[in-house]
Design a protein around this ligand. Structure first.
Ligand SMILES: NC(=O)C1=CN([C@@H]2O[C@H](COP(=O)(O)OP(=O)(O)OC[C@H]3O[C@@H](n4cnc5c(N)ncnc54)[C@H](OP(=O)(O)O)[C@@H]3O)[C@@H](O)[C@H]2O)C=CC1
Ligand SMILES: O=C(O)C(=O)[C@@H](O)[C@H](O)C(=O)CO
Length: 274
C-alpha cells in the first residue's frame, strides 16, 4: 500500500494521509504512533499544546524508520506567538521530538485579538531560510487572516490546516487555497467520529461500497484533494483508516456527500479563539 503525496508550493512532498495525536496522553502516544508506523503511516501531526511530542519522539526513535521517510508536523501554540517566542518554541519542540529538523511547522491559531501572527510568521520564514524546517504553514486561518499575511509578508503558507469534514466543507477557504497554491489539510476529518459516521447518507454509501463510514468519509477527503490526519488509538481503526486505496467514490457519491454541509464546527471559532 502506497500513500500518495501532495506536492507543496515549495516543492516538498507531503503524504496525503497522516496520523493525528490530539488528546492522546503522552504515556499512550508512543504505542499509538508505533502502531500507526507499523501499519504504514509516515506522517505524524502533533503540537506543543498536545503535550505528547515526547511520546511521538519515542515511537519515531524506536521505529528505526529512516528520518527522510518520515514527515513530522508540530505547531506554535498561541502563548508562544511573537518573533523571539516562536523561535524559542521551535527549539523546544524539535528538542522534545528528538529531531534536528522538522518537515512542517504551523502557526496553530491566528489568535487575532493578540495581533501577533505576522511577526510569528516572520520567525517561521527565518526557520525555513535557515533550513531548520522543510516547509511552513498555518492552521485555522480564515480568508481575512490569509490575505493579511499575503499583504505583510513574502512567503505564501504551504499548508492551512483547518477543521473540514462533510458537515463543514469550507468552500470559500478551499477556493482561496486553490487560487494561491496552499494545500488544504483537514483536521477532525471524521468530525471526531460522532454523528457524521451514523449519518444515513454516509452509512448508505458505506453499505454500497462494502466499506466503513469512516472509510467513505476519508475517501471523500482524498478525492477532493485534501490532506487528512485522522486520529485513533484503536489498532483496528488505525489500519482501517489507511485502507482507502482500492475503492473509489463516484461523482454521484461525492455529490451526495456534498449535500451534508451544515456549517457545523466541532472545535473553536478561529475568529474568536486565542
Ligand atoms: N490544528 C488544529 O487546531 C487541530 C488539529 N487537529 C489534528 O487533527 C487530528 C484529527 O482530528 P481529531 O479531532 O482527533 O478528530 P478525528 O476526526 O480524527 O476523529 C477522532 C475520533 O474518531 C474516532 N475514530 C477514528 N477512526 C475511527 C473509525 N475508523 N471509526 C469510528 N471512529 C473512529 C477516534 O476514536 P479512538 O481514538 O477511540 O479510536 C476519535 O474519537 C488530531 O488528532 C490533530 O492531530 C485536531 C483538532 C484541531
Ligand atoms: O486540537 C487542536 O489542535 C486544537 O487546537 C484544539 O482542539 C484546541 O486546543 C481546543 O480544542 C481548545 O478548546
Amino acid at each position: 500500500m502506497t500513500i500518495p503525496n501532495v506536492t507543496l508550493n515549495n516543492g516538498v512532498s507531503m503524504p496525503q494521509l497522516g496520523f493525528g495525536v490530539f488528546q492522546v496522553p503522552d504515556e499512550e502516544t508512543a504505542a499509538a504512533v508505533s502502531e500507526a508506523l507499523r501499519a504504514g503511516y509516515r506522517s505524524i501531526d502533533t503540537a506543543k499544546i498536545y503535550g505528547n511530542e515526547g511520546g511521538v519522539a519515542q515511537a519515531l526513535r524506536e521505529s528505526g524508520i529512516p528520518r527522510e521517510e518520515l514527515f513530522v508536523t508540530t505547531k506554535v501554540w498561541n502563548d508562544d506567538q511573537g518573533y523571539d517566542e516562536a523561535l524559542r518554541a521551535f527549539d523546544a519542540s524539535v528538542g522534545r521530538l528528538g529531531l534536528d529538523y522538522l518537515d512542517l511547522y504551523l502557526i496553530h491559531w491566528p489568535a487575532p485579538s493578540a495581533g501577533r501572527y505576522v511577526e510569528t510568521w516572520k520567525a517561521l520564514e527565518k526557520l525555513l531560510a535557515d533550513g531548520r524546517v522543510r516547509s511552513i504553514g498555518v492552521s485555522n486561518f480564515q480568508p481575512a487572516h490569509l490575505r493579511h499575511l499575503f499583504e505583510e509578508t513574502g512567503t505564501v503558507p504551504a499548508v492551512n490546516q483547518i477543521e473540514l469534514h462533510p458537515y463543514l466543507q469550507q468552500a470559500e477557504l478551499r477556493a482561496l487555497h486553490a487560487e494561491r497554491g496552499i494545500a488544504t489539510e483537514a483536521w477532525s476529518p471524521l468530525a471526531k467520529g460522532g454523528d457524521l459516521l451514523a449519518d444515513p447518507v454516509v452509512t448508505a454509501l458505506a453499505e454500497q461500497h462494502g466499506r466503513t463510514p469512516a472509510q467513505v468519509v476519508l475517501r471523500w477527503h482524498l478525492q477532493l484533494g485534501n490532506v487528512v490526519i485522522p486520529k485513533s488509538v484503536t489498532p483496528d481503526r488505525i489500519r482501517e483508516n489507511l485502507d482507502l486505496f482500492d475503492f473509489e467514490l463516484t461523482a454521484q457519491d461525492l455529490a451526495a456527500l456534498g449535500t451534508l454541509e451544515r456549517g457545523h464546527r466541532t472545535g473553536p471559532d478561529p475568529d474568536r479563539f486565542g
